[in-house]
Ligand binder design. Structure first.
Ligand code: DSN
Length: 443
């Protein structure tokens, strides 16, 4: 839809539509929302203040907003077999922050996957606010890329954390939730305090909703956080799901695992956020409605199938993969060991041909965040556009051709020498991309 105004902003939006349409999006945390999700996100609901919760607002005029937020909550609960859903977090970071705030007091210990192992910034990276408030202890991954469960158990027994977190943004295995639950039960018994089990499933929430990945809430976890814009194909935002008794968010409750739904509501508002983004909550409700449809199960299954095909094709082209493949939507390529250059130059070169992914540190990188040895890619976006087996193999071929160019240059500036080759590849990518339109990017 073309804007009716002449503001230059809309020229840039049109250019972004073109960029998205003419390129292939391989960033594993991105996908494309439906036109219905876009419409809700761009609606008049953005005009409304709704602090509080449905039926318990601090402003009048919320009769329509209440219906929408309740629908978002009910759909989210159904998708994840949860007793409670808080749909107000503005982002995944806010969702995580609210859970820590709901359960922990300053100085409490949280055991989470370390950032270099594939964890997330909000899981205790020293540069975050949470890390200054809580005592984060980090577990790692084994050589084959799985969670180091022995280390997790050893650290849990040693530090007796109040909260154990399973979650990640660069991890390609399916976690053993039962094993972590067993560790939490043992820590609770030995320490005498309850241990909150939290899963940050931002990357794989759509796979869980689609029934092709286990649901931590079905394996004894108390809380699951996620963003809504990754595999769930919703608007940019956060979501917290939990098991327990749902109480009145305006009333204080005891700090028990059973009360975690109410503790979370109070931690989101007024604990850590003000007015909810009801236009985004409406878009979440629309997306969750789409995620409940049978076709979404096909989408989720196809994401994994495409990822496995792409992983095998990359291996056949000479790429070394972390964990030697993938069990979900995400692939970590060790470009340094494969071809001798770093992830940053490879990211820049692929950008030039319209393949978008991101340079990413590998667990073996130490303090090399700006020149990491790997790149991270995935299939949620390409699967939404309808690409399949043939196209996955073609993408691997292009990636090898670009790798061959990168091997011949010293730095990003050196790519200029190969501008003609890169332009020819760019034209091939564009031709394929335009055959698979981006939902919502029509002229
Ligand atoms: N930035 C997201 C990702 O790309 O994984 C996580 O928040």
């Amino acid at each position: 839809m073309k804007s009716k105004t002449n503001d230059v902003v809309f020229e840039w939006i049109e250019k972004e539509k073109q960029r998205q349409s003419e390129g292939l999006e391989l960033i594993p945390s991105e996908t494309y929302v439906s036109e219905a999700v876009l419409e809700a996100a761009g609606s008049v609901l953005t005009n409304k203040y709704s602090e509080g919760y449905p039926g318990k607002r601090y402003y009048g005029g919320n009769e329509n907003v209440d219906q929408i937020e309740n629908l978002a909550i009910e759909r989210a609960k159904k998708l994840f077999n949860a007793d409670h859903a808080n749909v107000q977090p503005h982002s995944g970071a806010n969702a995580n922050e609210a859970v820590y705030f709901a359960w922990c007091k300053p100085g409490d210990t949280i055991l989470a996957m370390a950032l270099p192992a594939g964890g997330h910034l909000t899981h205790g990276s020293p540069v975050t606010r949470s890390a200054k408030i809580y005592n984060f202890v980090g577990y790692g991954v084994t050589e084959d890329g799985d969670i180091d469960y022995d280390e997790l158990e050893r650290l849990a027994k040693e530090y007796q954390p109040q909260l154990i977190l399973v979650g990640y943004s660069a991890f390609m295995k399916v976690p053993d939730f039962d094993r972590v639950k067993k560790v939490a039960d043992e820590v609770a018994k030995e320490s005498g305090h309850e241990v909150l089990l939290m899963a940050d499933m931002a990357h794989v929430a759509g796979l869980i909703a689609g029934g092709v990945h286990p649901n931590p809430l079905d394996h004894g976890f108390n809380v699951m956080t996620t963003t809504t814009h990754k595999t769930l194909r919703g608007p940019r935002g956060g979501l917290i799901l939990s098991k327990g008794t749902v109480g009145n968010p305006l009333k204080k409750v005891d700090k028990t695992l059973e009360n975690i739904p109410t503790l979370i509501d109070r931690a989101v508002f007024p604990g850590t956020q003000g007015g909810p983004l009801e236009h985004i909550i409406a878009a979440k409700a629309v997306a969750f409605g789409e995620d409940l449809q049978p076709e979404f199960k096909d989408y989720a299954a196809q994401i994994i199938e495409n990822a496995k095909i792409l992983a095998e094709a990359l291996k056949a082209e000479g790429f070394i993969l972390q964990g030697d493949g993938t069990e979900n939507h995400l692939i970590l390529v060790n470009v340094k060991d494969s071809f001798g250059f770093d992830g940053k130059i490879y990211e820049a070169a692929l950008d030039k041909i319209g393949l978008t992914l991101n340079a990413n540190a590998l667990p073996t990188d130490r303090g090399a965040a700006f020149r990491p040895s790997g790149v991270r890619l995935g299939t949620p976006a390409m699967t939404t556009r309808g690409l399949g087996k043939v196209e996955m193999k073609q993408i691997a071929k292009w990636m090898r051709q670009v790798a061959d160019i990168c091997q011949k240059v010293e730095n990003t500036a050196g790519l200029e020498e190969y501008a003609d080759e890169l332009a020819a590849l760019r034209a091939e990518v564009r031709e394929l991309a335009l055959k698979y339109p981006v939902p919502g990017a029509k002229a």
